[in-house]
Design a protein around this ligand. Structure first.
Ligand code: HEC
Ligand code: HEC
Length: 512
């Protein structure tokens, strides 16, 4: 609201962040776990007096430096670039509150880079014990970067006491700080194992390939054994609404969960079969399976974490669309367009209804919805809705779907937004329904429009209720919330429930 929107209707800022963040985070965790992997692989080589393992470690270190220092650094800067364009308000809040944290992180990052270079360029040219110390120094500073960034990212999900006292340490050592730190540390080990697989599969020496494949498989399995309990601990540290979103109230998370579980199972199976039992099976293809599964697991975790924060970008403080929760009462009173700094329409003029609605959409909905684009397309999601249904939906948006922020603005502005979606995007006639949107008598079909059409088309409803009689339908309306985690209860009176049940029955009979 206080910043202009970077408007890319077909792509959406969220997908850009996801695209760069997932690959960056993947490499960033590798940068931590991979450091420990190098030290332990070197130690294994020294202990077993195996020149080949040491040579393997040296070439893995080269790959490691290229991936983490080059790709990791470029995408790291890229993330700042994108988040400050997509969500300047949240970025600014994080920078201002955690200056000291970021500064400390940069110090550790410099140490990390220096140690990595020394480790690689002095491989075999230094006293082994000092060389290993450099490796440990690398790992420690990389892990400290993880700890620091983890505190700030965890703050966004669970700000804890910071909401009252705005104190650095209350925000940093927030309720999910510890579980998330353990979870990410194990995730870092998983990435190290996954990358180790890849380098092993490229090794020309058969013996080294078998040995290092087993070594990498152990990393993956130990990591998974740590990930599972810490994920549970993490989940328990979240506030109830976030837990509910993860346990079924968010359709987005349901999809991510499937991918996450599937890839975890793939990692376990491949690590046991083609890692521990028959390491000979490790070739470029199997290692690619583990690698891609680890990437998918990481992606679905990050996606779930971000989606569980919805409707906020910083929980309980700022909504995803950059509106502060505390400002809501005043915006509803004064009007969004009057208070927003970057809109052309200052009020809802009858002649510019759709244009005003478009601006409101960009500032309140576009944070999560593209227009005819790739992610959460609003056009597809609203095709069955009438103007009337849309106005009603917007008024109750946060109650029906907790993961969307409440609408911020006046009734007129809600109408303008609805007019933009229904009239502007779908080209449906809207004039005749304006202005007395709310004044229609209560009828079964309007009850359906107002309460059900956002999630069910009439055709779909016909299939859902094909084998139900009138009384069963009436009975269901008392307990919709029990039928699906996603479905809100129907809040109408019992007379309205009767009307709606009659109407549903006509749908079922094909008379509507
Ligand atoms: C914080 C993210 C977020 C914001 C902001 C947001 N939405 Fe949504 N919206 C979603 C998600 C997630 C879905 C569900 C997508 C799915 O079903 O897969 C959704 C679904 C919808 C649907 C389909 C009906 C339903 O309940 O599933 C409509 C209509 C909708 N949003 C309208 C809006 C409007 C209007 C705004 C702006 C006032 C808005 N949304 C802002 C995340 C958001
Ligand atoms: C926020 C989205 C949402 C809204 C609003 C909503 N539903 Fe649903 N409903 C669902 C979901 C999700 C399911 C799960 C089944 C499916 O569609 O695949 C479902 C299922 C159903 C079923 C089938 C249940 C079963 O056990 O077979 C009925 C009947 C139903 N809804 C009726 C309604 C009625 C009537 C309304 C309006 C008062 C309504 N729904 C509003 C999301 C919603």
């Amino acid at each position: 609201m206080n910043y202009p929107a970077w408007f890319l209707p077909a792509i959406g800022g969220g997908s850009l962040i996801a695209l760069i963040a997932v690959t960056h985070v993947f490499v960033a965790h590798f940068a931590v776990g991979g450091g420990l992997y190098l030290v332990l692989a070197e130690r294994k080589g020294l202990k077993e007096r195996s020149g080949k393992i040491l040579e393997f470690t040296r070439s893995h270190a080269k790959f490691f430096i290229l991936v983490t220092l080059v790709y990791g650094s470029i995408t790291g800067v890229g993330i700042w670039w994108i988040i400050s364009l997509v969500n300047p308000a949240a970025t600014s809040l994080l920078i201002h509150n955690f200056v000291f944290g970021w500064a400390a992180e940069w110090v550790f990052f410099v140490v990390e880079i220096l140690a990595a270079f020394i480790y690689f360029y002095m491989f075999g040219k230094m006293e082994p014990s000092s060389h290993q110390k450099i490796g440990w120094m690398y790992f420690f500073s990389a892990w400290m970067s993880l700890v620091l960034i983890n505190g700030i990212v965890a703050f966004m999900l669970t700000p804890g006491r910071w909401v009252q006292d705005q104190n650095f340490w209350s925000g940093f050592l927030n309720p999910s700080f510890l579980p998330s730190m353990f979870f990410r540390t194990f995730l870092a080990f998983l990435m190290a194992g996954a990358f180790g697989y890849v380098t092993s599969s490229f090794s020309k020496d058969r013996v080294v390939r078998v040995q290092m494949t087993r070594f990498s498989a152990k990393w993956c399995l130990v990591a998974v054994a740590g990930i599972i309990p810490s994920a549970y601990w993490y989940l328990k540290a979240l506030p109830t609404p976030a837990q509910e979103l993860i346990m079924g109230k968010s359709p987005t998370i349901e999809v991510a969960k499937l991918w996450g579980l599937g890839s975890l199972v793939a990692i376990i199976v491949v690590s046991i079969v083609a890692g521990m039992v028959l390491p000979k099976l490790n070739n470029k293809i199997t290692s690619l399976v583990v690698f891609v599964s680890a990437l998918l697991f990481m992606g679905s975790f990050e996606w779930t974490r971000e989606a569980a924060r919805r409707p906020y970008v910083i929980n309980q403080v700022m909504y995803s669309n950059m509106i502060f929760e505390n400002d809501l009462p005043q915006i509803n009173e004064t009007g969004f367009l009057k208070m927003a700094k970057w809109v052309k329409n200052r009020n809802v003029a009858e002649s510019k209804l759709i244009d005003a609605g478009r601006e409101i959409f960009i500032h309140q909905c576009y944070a999560c919805h593209t227009i005819g684009g790739i992610n959460n397309d609003i056009v597809v999601r609203t095709k069955g809705m009438s103007l009337r249904g849309m106005v009603k939906y917007i008024e109750r948006i946060h109650r029906v779907r907790y993961f969307m922020p409440p609408f911020a603005g006046t009734e007129e502005e809600a109408k303008a937004l609805a007019a933009f979606i229904v009239g502007g995007l779908h080209g449906k006639p809207i004039e005749k329904e304006l202005p007395p949107v709310a004044a229609l008598p209560t009828r079964g079909d309007t009850l359906f429009e107002d309460n059900c059409s956002s999630c069910h088309s009439i055709e779909e409803m016909r299939e859902l209720i094909a084998d139900r009689d009138r009384d069963t339908l009436r009975d269901m309306l008392d307990r919709l919330e029990e039928l699906s985690d996603e479905m809100p209860p129907f809040e109408g009176t019992s007379q309205e429930k009767d009307l709606l049940a009659d109407y549903l029955y006509t749908i079922k009979e094909g008379r509507s």
